[in-house]
Design a binder for this molecule. Structure first.
Ligand SMILES: NC(=O)c1ccc[n+]([C@@H]2O[C@H](COP(=O)([O-])OP(=O)(O)OC[C@H]3O[C@@H](n4cnc5c(N)ncnc54)[C@H](OP(=O)(O)O)[C@@H]3O)[C@@H](O)[C@H]2O)c1
Length: 312
């Protein structure tokens, strides 16, 4: 694995620095200013993954977006400077994400390399993973998949992961990850695979903070990304109206959603808020004009009540 990371790092040292989703990833110890795996760069708004690629630290979730809304939302994200999109086989909108990406590339002159698309295999696909990966590539139709996750633990998950590893070798998938894997599941899973996941995507919001799980994942050189950052579609009202969060939002002249997303970023957690509303999409990208104080971070930490908003 170390050899694999080193060669990926060396290969990418040939690329130029910038806002590209795949900027230079030279992690040489004699170049202390070079990016470190897992460390957020708030200037370029990216993080270096253990795969040697960089990924934007904020983007768009597309769960529950129908075809047209999804195409428009992806375009709106990219028009407003966002570059990271999360989809899944289970969302039935991989075609729409691909269409949105292609249209935005053309409309706004954004190169494919600057855009980062994550999709996922669902457990009912794990027994025939090659067919499932081919289907995802075909539906997205954007050349390659930046990152593929296993959506949940399930039978044949190791087999499915090994198939994804083969597609990484072929260059059709660039990085791998997991979703809904926690400490015990990771301890069992990691020794069985060849490529360490670059990312784990789990439910995280102020009422469910995963204060034990997040450091465990990060200490293993794996980036954490959160789903349901705003509490989940249909469950946002209480969180966005929370008095502690609202007071912090008022103090900074921003919205509750921006406070929550900024809190995630300051914890080193990548955000993919879901939205079909262009105004919200724009607002959710506007997280760099203010900073939460340690007192404000601690105040939000006290809101944790272990309240999961979904079963997995
Ligand atoms: N791996 C997994 O198992 C898993 C599970 C669930 C979700 N996910 C991923 O995580 C993403 C995020 O989760 P989610 O979309 O379900 O929930 P979410 O991001 O917590 O919340 C989405 C809801 O927030 C609203 N919203 C977004 N921005 C807002 C803003 N600035 N102000 C007020 N309301 C705002 C949206 O409404 P509007 O549409 O009106 O903006 C929508 O109703 C998903 O889209 C999906 O990509 C992964």
């Amino acid at each position: 694995m170390k050899k694999r990371l080193l060669s990926a790092v060396m290969a990418f040292s040939m690329l130029s620095l910038g806002l590209s989703a795949h900027a230079e990833a030279s992690a040489s110890p004699d170049n202390p200013s070079s990016p470190q795996v897992g460390m957020f760069d708030f200037d370029s708004r990216t993080v270096l993954l253990n795969s040697g690629y960089t990924m934007p630290i904020l983007g768009l979730g597309t769960y529950a977006l129908d075809h047209d809304t999804c195409v428009n939302s992806v375009m709106s994200l990219i028009e407003n400077g966002g570059r990271l999109i999360d989809t899944a086989y289970m969302y039935h909108n991989e075609e729409a994400v691909g269409e949105g990406v292609r249209k935005a590339m053309e409309a706004y002159g954004v190169p494919r390399e600057d855009i980062y698309v994550i999709t996922k295999l669902y457990p009912n696909q794990f027994s025939s993973p090659e067919a499932a990966i081919e289907m995802a590539l075909e539906k997205l139709d954007i050349g390659y998949i930046d990152m593929m996750l296993l959506h949940h633990p399930g039978s044949n998950d190791v087999k499915a992961y090994h198939a994804m590893e083969k597609y990484v070798e072929q260059g059709k998938i660039r990085s791998l990850g997991l979703s809904n894997w926690y400490v015990e599941e990771l301890k069992t899973f990691l020794p069985q695979v060849n490529i360490t996941p670059a990312l784990v995507q789990n439910e995280i919001h102020p009422y469910y903070q995963e204060q034990d799980v997040v450091p465990f994942i990060q200490e293993n050189g794996i980036v954490v990304q959160c789903w349901y950052p705003l509490g989940g579609r249909g469950y946002t009202a209480e969180l966005l109206g929370d008095p502690v969060i609202s007071a912090i939002a008022d103090a900074h002249g921003v919205s509750s959603a921006q406070v929550i997303l900024r809190w995630d970023l300051q914890r080193g957690i990548v955000v993919i808020p879901g939205s079909g509303n262009p105004e919200h999409i724009k607002e959710n990208l506007d997280l760099f004009g203010f900073e939460l104080t340690e007192t404000e971070m601690s105040a939000i930490a006290t809101l944790d009540r272990g309240e999961k908003h979904d079963w997995y």
